[in-house]
Design a protein around this ligand. Structure first.
Ligand SMILES: Cc1cc2nc3c(=O)[nH]c(=O)nc-3n(C[C@H](O)[C@H](O)[C@H](O)COP(=O)(O)O)c2cc1C
Length: 164
């Protein structure tokens, strides 16, 4: 199985916990990502508390399906780093790694945007009581999938420009 060509956003989850071993694999994958100056700005909150998950599911109009996930990852980034202008790009690489590893492990997940919306970032900050130097980047609900979809083929030759 090649997760790059298999992963889809999964928004429905079985009522089944994720094994701790798999959670650690997901976090290892997330932290294996490249980052500018190798600054690794990430810190991950791993939320399984139902009450907090319910609150996170209301962080934006598009995060509702987080409610039924057994685990919600909240990738955050530190305020300090060698190249702050790359924080969001670094975090994107990290979240994509997490999504691909989830697929690899037979799990399903979806990236829900929080940054750069300052209102949403503040909402998540309050829910998780984040320290001042951490910033919420996204919400990533994860669980065993309760839906199945085939990935679309998005390859478009017209968007490729060879210079030989
Ligand atoms: C930056 C970003 C923000 C996203 N935010 C949301 C979101 O708030 N809610 C949601 O349900 N999906 C969200 N998605 C998932 C996209 O809707 C999804 O990736 C897209 O429709 C393509 O579908 P696929 O992931 O199944 O290939 C987001 C994806 C990205 C990359």
């Amino acid at each position: 199985m090649n997760s790059i060509f298999h992963r889809v956003s999964i928004r429905k989850y079985q009522d089944k916990e994720i094994e701790q071993e798999k959670i650690e694999k997901l976090l290892r994958a997330a932290m294996a990502a490249p980052s500018a100056h190798n600054q690794q700005p990430w810190e991950y909150y791993v939320v399984s508390n139902k009450n907090i998950i319910e609150q996170l599911s209301q962080a934006s109009p598009y995060t509702k399906c987080a409610k039924d996930a057994p685990v919600v990852f909240v990738p955050c980034y530190r305020s300090e780093g060698a190249a702050p202008e790359y924080f969001h790009i670094d975090m994107s690489a990290s979240v994509e790694n997490l999504l691909l590893e989830a697929d690899e492990l037979g799990l399903g997940a979806v990236w829900m945007g929080i940054a750069p919306g300052t209102d949403r970032m503040d909402t998540v900050r309050k829910i998780l009581n984040l320290p001042e130097n951490l910033n919420a980047f996204a919400i990533v609900p994860c669980g065993y999938p309760a839906e199945e979809r085939k990935q679309q083929d998005r390859y478009e030759e017209s968007r490729v420009h060879y210079i030989r």
